[in-house]
Write a protein that binds this ligand. Structure first.
Ligand SMILES: [Zn+2]
Length: 186
C-alpha cells in the first residue's frame, strides 16, 4: 500500500502549481519563492489525502493563530496556553465524516516552536509554525463524501483555512471560513 505521505507531497507540489497563483495573487507583500507555504496570520493550511481506506490530514498554521504568540512560552500562563491548545488539536472530534466511518489512528502534534523541549535555548526571532498530522482509517474510503472541519470554532484566530485534497479519483482546492466548514470530496 502506498504511503499517504507520498500523496501529500505529490499533492502539495501539483496544487502549488495550480492553486498558488489564485490563492496568493492579491498578497503581493508576501511572495515566497521557496516551497514553504506562506505565513499569513489568520490563515492556515489543511491537506487531505485519501488512499484506499487511509486518510491522512495535515494541518499547518502560524503559531499566532493557535496560541496567540510565536516565541517560546516563557511563563506558566503561556505554557498552559500551549498545553491547552495541544489538547484541542488532539481532540477526536476535530474532524467528522459522512459517507464512511473513519476512526482516528494516530495524531502527531508539533508545537516545538512555542514550547521548550529538553533544555536547549535556541530561541529564534520572527515567525513560527505549529503543525498537526492525523491518520484516519475509514471503513469504506471510496464512499467518503464530506469532511467536516471543526478547527475554526476551536481556534477563532484562524479566519481562512486553505484546503487541498486528493483522492484516487480527483483532487481539489477550496477555502473554508468559520461558517463554511465542509469539504466535499466526491
Ligand atoms: Zn507569524
Amino acid at each position: 500500500m502506498l504511503k499517504p505521505y507520498c500523496l501529500i507531497v505529490a499533492l502539495l507540489v501539483s496544487s502549488m502549481l495550480i492553486a498558488a497563483p489564485q490563492l496568493h495573487s492579491n498578497n503581493s507583500d508576501k511572495q515566497s519563492e521557496s516551497a514553504q507555504q506562506s505565513h499569513l496570520h489568520g490563515t492556515a493550511q489543511l491537506t487531505l489525502a485519501l488512499e484506499g481506506n487511509a486518510l491522512e490530514i495535515s494541518f499547518e498554521s502560524p503559531a499566532a493563530n493557535i496560541v496567540g504568540f510565536e516565541h517560546k512560552a516563557t511563563d506558566e500562563k503561556q505554557i498552559k496556553v500551549v498545553k491547552q491548545a495541544k489538547q484541542k488539536l488532539q481532540a477526536a472530534d476535530l474532524f467528522s465524516f459522512s459517507g464512511s466511518d473513519c476512526s482516528l489512528k494516530k495524531t502527531e502534534i508539533d508545537m516545538s516552536s512555542v514550547i521548550e523541549e529538553g533544555h536547549q535555548h535556541n530561541d529564534r526571532e520572527g515567525h513560527s509554525e505549529i503543525s498537526a498530522n492525523y491518520r484516519y482509517e475509514c471503513s469504506t474510503g471510496e464512499k467518503l463524501e464530506t469532511v467536516s472541519v471543526n478547527l475554526m470554532s476551536r481556534f477563532p484566530a484562524v479566519k481562512t483555512l486553505e484546503v487541498r485534497w486528493l483522492t484516487y479519483r480527483q483532487q481539489g482546492a477550496t477555502k473554508l471560513k468559520a461558517q463554511s466548514h465542509l469539504i466535499r470530496i466526491r
